[in-house]
Design a protein around this ligand. Structure first.
Ligand code: FAD
Ligand code: EGU
Length: 492
């Protein structure tokens, strides 16, 4: 085996030298700090824009090839919910409109009950909506914007193998097995949940790290158009809440929907034949089954195995003035709040704000970034995990509707005091940990109000009972069921 080490001066350092001899006015990289962004995914490519905007010399290293050259993967268009925090970050680098124009607004959730009944629940007022965005397209656009800066270079097919916290020297492996050694002043780890940059953090003292796999896997299925039109109402986030099973569906520009089925691996494993798939879907998602298509289901269910979901927390996010983690590399969250990318994008804004505050003094900026951002990322990681547990424990479609109506009703009564948690998370830049604090406070208030209401209702009910001993069982909910629900509210 031959290992070919390219010299450091072949890459970054060369850029520095070249630019000093070039006459072009936009080559101001002479003497500039070299920032290596490891990972050209969503957060890496956006971060490259943030650093490029400041005039740093930016090198992006991505292990895969250029996704803009990749052939289309037909039938699988994976989408994401983009909300306020993510949009604000895109705005900072001037591409909010470009991205938003290719997104599909979702003004409400559409809850599908087992019987096929669909109930919309708005996200908020008219202007409050989230966007369904094509992940691959977003990544492509971000790469193109980053590349347009003269002081940015994209290096595909560069997989980080290791790096040195002492020197900042990185070793990359190329597709042909060749190795590249590259030096940078600042390494920004945006290489996702299984970050290679983070490995050096794990070797250090006083670095906190935890990762948790949830028992569920997810599987993405495509719902094709019907007669050239969307098979369901397009401007909604469709949800089939079934306790341990859940399906979520977001619209795509090509009039398909991407349905994501969340289910314990144990249950995935029990389904081994095409007929069992149909049986399962007919039982839990009868309305969606013909729309996805029986034949497609039988085929696609076995195309790819269910994917795992991991929650990662760590702190601090930096090593000296040399390296910092952002996005999933710093905080992978389970997808049950639709915030992973949004939080990663907000990381970039927060870092940018601190860069302004500390005049780009990396020795001061990096510790401050860890100090400010860790509590917020941990709060959203906890919230997402909490919502996963909550949805599994007792969220069927009726309960989901009930909870959202209670939230919205109280918000309507006291718009400034009671703000639903998802509203603070999704439509504001309230610090995640502050949103949690406010939520815990208002839950106390809500519980007290509900308790009083329940007591009042019980008293009133008793009076009625004494007056006329009619059939109380006629009420949709038994008193015991109602009481259990009120108790369950305490955990929200
Ligand atoms: P990634 O997107 O993982 O990118 C990391 C990049 O680094 C990749 O391009 C990878 O090739 C590269 N890389 C990895 N290792 C190396 C290496 N050694 N050297 C060089 N490059 C490397 N978020 C939302 O905001 N809204 C949603 O609706 C939403 N839905 C989701 C649904 C599901 C089912 C899942 C699993 C996640 C969802 N998320 C959502 C979360 C979102 O996908 C992530 O938070 C987001 O992709 C994180 O971006 P990133 O750039 O940090 O990491
Ligand atoms: C999961 C997977 C509804 C995309 C959380 C809501 C999600 C998304 C919710 C996926 C849910 C759950 C919220 C948004 C969003 C809701 C939210 C979850 C987008 C509390 C592509 N979640 N998601 N909450 O309120 O705040 O509608 O894969 F089912 S968007 Cl789990 Cl707002």
């Amino acid at each position: 085996m031959t290992t070919n080490y390219r010299r450091v001066s072949d890459t970054c350092k060369r850029h520095r030298r070249d630019s000093s001899t070039m006459e072009e006015s936009n080559c101001i990289t002479n003497q500039k700090t070299v920032v290596a962004v490891v990972g050209g995914g969503l957060v890496g490519s956006l971060n490259a824009c943030f650093f490029a905007k400041r005039g740093f010399h930016v090198e992006v290293f991505e292990s895969r090839g250029d996704i803009r050259c990749a052939k289309k993967v037909k039938g699988r268009s994976i989408n994401l919910a983009l909300s306020h925090r993510g949009r604000q970050a895109l705005k900072h680098v001037g591409i909010e409109e470009k991205i938003v124009s290719k997104g599909i607004p979702m003004h409400a959730r559409m809850i599908h009950s087992l019987s096929g009944k669909q109930t919309p629940i708005p996200y908020g007022k008219k202007g409050q909506y989230i966007l369904s965005i094509d992940r691959a397209n977003l990544n492509k656009e971000l790469l193109t914007v980053a590349e347009a800066y003269p002081n940015t270079k994209l290096n595909f097919d560069h997989k980080l193998q290791d790096w040195s916290p002492e020197t900042g020297q990185m070793t990359f492996i190329r597709a042909d097995g060749a190795k590249d050694q590259i030096e940078a002043d600042l390494i920004v780890g945006c290489d996702g949940a299984f970050s290679a940059v983070r490995k050096q953090f794990l070797r250090r003292s006083r670095f906190n790290y935890s990762q948790t796999y949830i028992p569920d896997g997810y599987m993405e299925l495509t719902m094709p158009p019907v007669n050239g039109e969307f098979a369901m109402e397009p401007n909604y986030l469709h949800i089939w809440p079934r306790n341990a099973f859940m399906m979520i569906s977001l619209p795509n520009l090509d009039k398909t929907f991407t349905c994501t089925l969340f289910m314990p691996f144990e249950n995935f494993e029990k389904i081994t034949t095409g007929d069992e798939v149909i049986e399962f879907f007919q039982e839990y998602f009868p309305d969606a089954t013909p729309l996805i298509g029986v034949d497609a289901l039988k085929r696609d269910f076995f195309c790819l195995p269910a994917q795992a979901m991991v929650s990662v927390k760590c702190s601090p996010y930096h090593i000296g003035d040399k390296c910092v983690l952002m996005g999933d590399a710093a905080h992978a969250v389970v997808p049950f709040y639709g915030q992973g990318m949004n939080a990663g994008f907000e990381d970039c804004i927060v870092f940018d704000e601190i860069m302004n505050e500390f005049s780009e003094d990396l020795g001061a900026v990096l510790p401050e970034y860890s100090r400010v951002r860790v509590p917020d990322d941990q709060a959203i990681a906890d919230l997402a995990m909490y919502n996963y547990i909550e949805m599994r424990a007792h969220v069927n479609s009726k309960w989901f509707l009930f909870r959202k109506h209670v939230d919205n009703f109280l918000h309507m009564l006291m718009p400034n005091t009671i703000v639903p948690l998802y509203t603070m998370v999704t439509f504001t830049r309230t610090r995640y940990h502050k949103a949690v604090e406010h939520w815990q406070w208002q839950n106390k208030v809500i519980n007290q109000v509900l308790m009083l209401t329940a007591v009042g209702a019980t008293v009133a009910g008793s009076c009625l009972l004494i007056k006329r001993r009619t059939d109380v069982i006629k009420m949709g909910l038994s008193a015991e069921e109602m009481w259990n629900r009120i108790l369950a509210l305490k955990t929200f």
